[in-house]
Design a protein around this ligand. Structure first.
Ligand SMILES: *Cc1c(COP(=O)(O)O)cnc(C)c1O
Length: 369
């Protein structure tokens, strides 16, 4: 089979999505399925829809366009503030976008008038993680301006945490977001459809038994695809953590000394030190295996391998492993489990193929568990 490749088990992704949708639904919280880690792969998008997401979100308009081209019909939200250079594409292909800049919203309004569509806007509130978001003191004035732009509809407010600074969602920052939604409704006499609390990092808070307040939506990617929560990278109970596997092919397998010889300078990817090489005092030799995959195809540090296999090093196109007692012949394959960073890079590499394992029985309509 073609290698390297990502094997994507759609049944497991369906299970993960439907399970989280069920648990959050009990708390009055809907799920937007985030497709950016799979570059808007239509097979995955369709499974999320079958599982019952209320819409799809992606940070790149190109991925949203790809889903549209491949026949994915669902409400689509651009979850990164649009580039002004892309506002035409945004209003043409996304129903809603997340926004923090009045200048961008004005351009979206002009583009929406030109195309005779209405574009939905979610305003993002800065809650302390210091990535995107309008500062609380400026929020009301941005709302006031947004409400005046033609062909723009204020759909709601949102927050995003744990992405830049690792700030965790908690009762305090989530109630700030709820309170902002309520102040806007009172001040402008409108009602907001969406109060989107955050990403997979919000699950611990959202399912922790606290009061959801006005939060009625989360945007989930990693938790659905990898079955893990991103704050401490712990598996989520009842979810599959092996829905996605990265497979690479062995191109060299030899017994080699464990310590290099010659003068040591920098490698292709930075400095090494003598301490990076441990030698087996008995033989000074080890089973060294090379896989045909490297930094250009994945994040080598983000791969979990079988017990007894150790990552020795990686360059652009080679992954060098110590395989202990296992001898892997050239042409054989090794399966690895990617974390979010490794998955993202593998999906983005044109050298890594994607093979979707179909669901056992396609279920159409609302998810059944
Ligand atoms: C990526 C992203 C998400 C989804 O994050 P996961 O950790 O994959 O759940 C949600 N919201 C925004 C704004 C994002 O950029």
């Amino acid at each position: 089979m073609t290698a390297p490749r990502l094997e994507i088990d759609l049944e497991k992704i369906f299970h993960n999505a439907a399970t989280l949708i069920g648990r959050l639904g009990d708390r009055g919280i809907s799920v937007t399925g985030v497709t950016k880690a799979t570059l808007g792969l239509a097979d995955v998008a369709n499974v999320l829809i079958q599982a019952g997401v209320t819409g799809l979100g992606d940070s790149r308009i190109e991925n949203i366009e790809a889903m549209r081209r491949n026949g994915v019909t669902s409400k689509m939200t651009l979850i990164r503030s649009p580039m002004i250079s892309q506002v035409r594409q945004v209003v043409a292909h996304a129903d809603v976008s997340f926004n923090t800049e009045v200048d961008v919203i004005r351009k979206l309004s002009l583009a929406a008038q030109e195309s005779q569509v209405t574009h939905g806007v979610v305003l993002m509130l800065e809650l302390g993680d210091l990535r995107e978001g309008i500062m609380p003191v400026d929020f009301m004035s941005v709302v006031r301006k947004t409400l005046r732009y033609p062909n723009i509809r204020l759909v709601g407010v949102g927050g995003n945490l744990a992405c830049r600074s690792g700030v965790s969602p908690d009762d305090k920052n989530m109630s700030e977001l709820s309170a902002m939604a309520e102040s806007i409704e009172a001040e402008f006499d409108i009602s907001l459809d969406l109060v989107s609390g955050g990403n997979s990092a919000n699950l611990k808070w959202a399912l922790g038994g606290g009061e959801p307040g006005r939060i009625n939506n989360l945007r989930l990617g990693e938790a659905i695809l990898l079955g893990c929560e991103p704050l401490h990278r712990q598996p989520i109970e009842g979810l599959h953590t092996d829905a996605i596997t990265l497979i690479a092919e062995v191109i060299e397998s030899k017994t080699k000394p464990s310590v290099p010889w010659g003068e040591i300078a920098e490698t292709a990817f930075g400095a090494v030190s003598r301490d990076d090489f441990s030698s087996n005092p008995e033989t000074n030799c080890q089973s060294q295996t090379i896989l045909a995959i490297g930094h250009q195809d994945t994040d080598p540090a983000g791969l979990e391998m079988n017990d007894g296999v150790t990552l020795l090093g990686a360059s652009s196109d080679h992954l060098v492993l110590e395989t202990g007692r296992f001898v892997l012949r050239p042409g054989s394959e090794m399966r690895m489990s990617p974390n979010y960073s490794a998955l993202l890079r593998s999906m983005t590499s044109p050298f890594v193929h994607q093979v979707c394992k179909p669901r056992r029985q396609p279920v159409f309509g609302p998810a059944r568990l």
